[in-house]
Design a protein. Structure first.
Length: 171
């Protein structure tokens, strides 16, 4: 071991600290030869504006992973505060209905034919540009082929709870 290198922080300490990061909540959907899948994710980020690229991170244990690999397309619906039920369903913890069931909610078909949350804050329809494994997750980088802007107030997740953004006035 390099004298300057330090061991990584304990996983539980990392998870505890990272849980305080406020993140947007999205449902990632895919459809195609490997089937239709949806999954709630908080790891979504812009990569590039030219060309337009976004990334998503999916746990490699997720049943949606192989469908994302095979289908080659995915959509990211950034959820609004009124879309909390979508987040619960596609995280496997719905208040009503079955987990991961598309019939629990209303969808519209996107330019790519993928299911999109009808009144999402924003939507990105993507073709998989690249993917790579990192730790327990696979990072998918999508080339955005359609983007839609809504007007819903975004849903956020922080400290193990769904939240809404409130305006702060002053300095």
């Amino acid at each position: 071991m390099n004298a300057m290198a330090k061991p990584p922080v304990a996983s539980q300490d990392f998870v505890s600290a990272m849980g305080l990061a406020a993140t947007g909540v999205s449902v990632v959907t895919t459809d195609g030869p490997a089937g239709r899948f949806g999954l709630t994710v908080s790891a979504v980020s812009s990569v590039s504006a030219d060309p337009p690229l976004v990334l998503i991170c999916i746990n490699r244990k997720s049943p949606a992973l192989s469908a994302l690999d095979v289908n080659g397309t995915f959509a990211v619906s950034l959820l609004g505060v009124e879309n909390r039920a979508y987040a619960e369903t596609f995280s496997g913890r719905p208040r009503e209905g079955k987990p991961f069931d598309f019939d629990n909610h209303d969808w519209r078909e996107g330019d790519t034919g993928l299911p999109l949350v009808t009144d999402a804050t924003a939507i990105f329809e993507c073709e998989t540009h690249e993917s790579l494994d990192a730790g327990t997750h696979r990072i998918f980088i999508g080339r955005v082929i359609a983007a839609h802007k809504g007007d819903a107030e975004p849903l956020v997740y922080c400290n193990r709870a769904f939240r809404r953004i409130t305006a702060h006035e002053g300095n």
